[in-house]
Design a protein around this ligand. Structure first.
Ligand code: B1M
Length: 214
């Protein structure tokens, strides 16, 4: 039953049927599945198949857009559940997060922001296509101890380095820990650009954030 429900969600993304994605997500929640299981075992595998088919030329941009719309609508259902299940008693710290300039991929970044918020961080999500100057300005304004930079394209991950350089130029690099993530990002890249930490997924990002602020 559980596997069937998760497969139904995965298939709905691959088939480009956002209504079925939302319906499957609602059924999975009603059946008592944890929101994180629905994301990691239902939604993410579907997005991976869509991405792979795009890469091999079997799918085109409209397929990506339709699948992303299904995933986003499902996330709207799951976000309140994710937050509700982590009753927050104290603020762990302040995080500014966004997707770097030139990059409009928002699903992974938003998932990271949601889980950080659910874990007890005060989160300022600047959205997508965020310039280095905007990141610097928000870190200053909020006095955030942590900055999260998401990049999904090999062509935009270099903007993560530009943000770190901009923090240094603004004289506030030592006041904020920088964590980076996104599909093309690696530990090696993190060290190359002088970031403070890298997480492969949203759950890992929460653990890393707690570690960096402790
Ligand atoms: Co785009 N896209 N896309 N896309 N897209 C990828 C990334 C791609 C790998 C597809 C492919 O070719 N297989 C490829 C990049 C290739 C590369 O650079 N090596 C690609 C491309 C080429 C493009 C365009 C250039 C296509 C074009 O126009 N010809 C274009 C670029 C637009 C731009 O940004 N300037 C483009 C556009 C789009 C859409 C707009 C259609 C849509 C995004 C819609 C939206 O976000 N609102 C889209 C989508 C949906 C994808 C795929 C299919 C799925 C991304 C996603 O949402 N995954 C993607 C293929 C893939 O990843 N398999 C692809 C689900 C999400 C939960 O995972 O985002 O990886 P992810 O986030 C994870 C981790 O990475 C990590 O945690 C998250 C949760 O576990 N993480 C962090 C992310 N940020 C983090 C930050 C952290 C820590 C962890 O700390 C701060």
């Amino acid at each position: 039953m559980t596997l069937e429900l998760l497969k139904r969600i995965t298939d709905s993304l691959v088939d480009g049927d956002p209504d079925a994605t939302v319906e499957g997500t609602r059924l999975a929640l009603d059946a008592g599945l944890a929101p994180l299981t629905i994301i990691s075992d239902g939604l993410v595998p579907g997005m991976e198949v869509v991405g792979d088919r795009f890469q091999t030329g079997e799918y085109f941009l409209p397929h990506l857009i339709i699948a992303a719309s299904g995933m986003q609508q499902a996330m709207e259902l799951l976000e309140p559940e994710l937050k509700q299940r982590h009753e927050v008693v104290q603020r762990l710290g302040t995080v500014v997060i966004g997707t770097v300039q030139g990059d409009i991929h928002e699903i992974g970044k938003t998932l990271v922001a949601t889980l950080l918020s659910a874990a007890g961080f005060q989160v300022y999500d600047l959205g997508v296509n965020v310039s280095a100057a905007e990141f610097v300005s928000k870190v200053r304004e909020t006095n955030a101890g942590l900055l999260g930079l998401s990049a999904l394209l090999t062509t935009t991950m270099t903007a993560q380095r530009q943000v770190i350089d901009a923090l240094r130029e603004a004289g506030i690099r030592d006041r904020v820990k920088v964590m980076v993530g996104g599909a093309p990002v690696s530990q090696e890249w993190t060290e190359t650009i002088g970031a403070d930490g890298y997480a492969e997924d949203a759950v890992g990002a929460v653990a890393l954030a707690k570690n960096l602020v402790s």
